[in-house]
Design a protein around this ligand. Structure first.
Ligand code: 16G
Length: 245
């Protein structure tokens, strides 16, 4: 980050020159995944650029997914994304899937509460006119990487106190004797919008996978209607096929 080479006259706006320099340091391996960057003020001193210019350059790298910012702790080179292979034929929870891989799980809660259901939730969950719905909205992370945004809706009769769920939803359902035993899942391609891109720390507009899961109790009652958006660069969904009869 030496002051040399930033050129007011020639090679484009100054923030883009900084952007190119940091991107080149990442590409060459001089900056490695997880490395922290100096604070904005320090970078301004080191480069001789204004703090506004430094901020713009860094923001552009955050928007393109090369840097990540964590509130309170600073700016880092984005972690390397390894694809996870996920079997589609087993009804498992996110926590179980990650535990099986020996990975840490973490949820960032966006919302948790009881609501008047939307028409879509009424349909999917088979609710009556006065029924309430429990909504759980969270970013699912593993080993410091956001992998998916999940928006789960359950009949309030199944989960009357959504605020009490702090970890695994399926563990909470299991404790209430309401663990689903069957589910239907639908996967659709989707581009990640700006708000979700910020939550998933990806570039707005990149490819994601929208997954809808409706899960059932042995009685056939619907327990869960969950809409998730998975990072397209972090998952491979695999399924075993048998010869058609
Ligand atoms: C999985 C499920 C989701 C379920 C969650 C429970 C998919 C696409 N979705 O992420 O429907 O609610 O697991 O996880 O697989 P938890 O028990 O860790 O909260």
């Amino acid at each position: 980050f030496s002051p040399q080479g930033f050129d007011e006259a020639g090679s484009g706006p100054l923030y883009l020159q900084l952007h190119r320099r940091i991107a080149a340091a990442i590409a060459s391996g001089r900056l490695k995944p997880g490395d922290s960057l100096p604070a904005e003020r320090e970078m301004a001193v080191m480069t001789g650029l204004s703090r506004v210019t430094v901020r713009k350059g860094v923001e552009a790298l955050v928007a393109s997914g090369q840097l990540v910012q964590r509130r309170g702790s600073g700016t880092f080179v984005a972690p390397k994304v390894e694809r996870l292979e996920q079997a589609l034929s087993l009804l498992t929870s996110f926590t179980e899937d990650m535990a099986r891989r020996g990975r840490q799980v973490e949820s960032i809660w966006l919302a948790r509460g009881l609501h008047v259901p939307s028409p879509e939730e009424v349909m999917a969950l088979g609710l009556g006119a006065d029924d309430r719905v429990a909504r759980l909205e969270r970013v699912r992370r593993s080993d410091d990487l956001p992998l998916a945004i999940e928006r789960a809706s359950l009949p309030a009769t199944v989960l009357p106190e959504p605020e009490a769920v702090t970890g695994s939803l399926y563990a909470a359902l299991e404790a209430r004797g309401q663990r689903p035993v069957r589910a239907v899942q639908r996967i659709t391609a989707a581009n990640v919008g700006a708000r979700d891109a910020a939550l998933l720390q990806v570039t707005p507009g990149v490819a994601g996978l929208k997954i809808e899961r409706i899960s059932y109790l042995p009685s056939g009652k619907v327990v869960e209607f969950t809409r998730s958006l998975y990072r397209g660069d972090a998952y491979d969904f695999a399924v075993e096929l048998k010869l058609a009869p």
